[in-house]
Design a protein around this ligand. Sequence first.
Ligand code: NAP
Length: 350
Amino acid sequence: MTSIEPSAPVLVTGGSGYVASWIVRYLLEDGRTVRATVRNPDKASGLEHLHALAQEHPGRLTLHKADLLEEGSYTEAMQGCELVIHTASPFLIGKVNDPYEDLVRPALEGTKNVLDSVEATASVKRVVLTSSVVAIYGDAVEMRGKDAFTEADWNTTSSLRHQPYSYSKTVAEQEAWKRAEAQDRWDLVTIHPGLVLGPALTNVSVSGSMATMKMFTDYSQATGTARLEFGIVDVRDVARAHIAAGFTPEAHGRYLTNSESLSMLKISKTLRKAFGYRPSFPLIEAPKAAVILIAPLAGQTREFMRKNAGYPLRFDNSRTVSELGVQFRPARESVVEHFQQMIDDGLVRG
Ligand code: NAP
């Protein structure tokens, strides 16, 4: 049982990101005081939405410079905080040049650095870490013989070579649990979203969420899509889950934060129903053999397609619903609102 004093400031790392921006907004709307860390608080673009929120909620939002790779850079902003919500971590999909430097090092060293600051800050009582469904499972083929993945499952198959983003999230979460279990002043709660979709407060995020939806605009699937499923969850529900995890005294352990699974073809059908026929929305699923063959041309590996195409993906979200009180929006709603936002932002024609 951990009670967080509602008037104490809450630290949100990576505060300008796609997910974190909604966490910051909802915390402010709930009346909390927020310290958001960003790599460069002076940058000319990408922080406009946070500056606007700071104006709307005078004196309750401040931005602080911190970098995952810089030891001690979170300590000052953390002073007096009882709750730390650690979301910062690179989410890059497709081909990554240097998986260790681009993904694993910032995720793992960053978690160590943030937790070093937690250990140096006596006021902190709880850390909520943004993990992922990819720390729960490695490849969809692991669904064989299961009804659904649960919080008891761990990704044991990803590596620097195969699924490095999934590996980065897994080793970062393992480090966090190791550190949490070695002491008893602060506790850890982890949030495990599927693919996060829905409207963004920022239009400069390079999150894999944006990269995935871009595949429905860039004609890369015009002749057919792979038979791949994703667990999907709305960004607003993910934000609410983080806040509930922070402020529910009994919250503990891991929370799968996923609405429902949709295949790429179902996402395409949803988009067609809402926005009409577009040649960039695939009409068919390509045969698995073809998808494996051309995987490298699509920035994927053949091993990824072999172990993921054609397998269903199911996640049991019942703990999040019953213990955190999150009511998940239907995934199709998030898909449509995400695409509408891309139109509104001029990223795709209306
Ligand atoms: P995002 O918009 O790209 O946000 C990532 C954040 O990480 C950015 O705010 C970025 O900060 C920060 N960051 C990256 N490298 C950093 C570094 N070296 N030092 C300090 N900050 C750094 O992506 P997102 O989708 O919101 O992801 C947020 C979290 O959710 C991540 O932990 C991700 O793994 C997790 N997640 C996302 C999804 C999804 O589908 N989007 C699903 C499951 C889990 P700057 O803006 O200052 O550069």
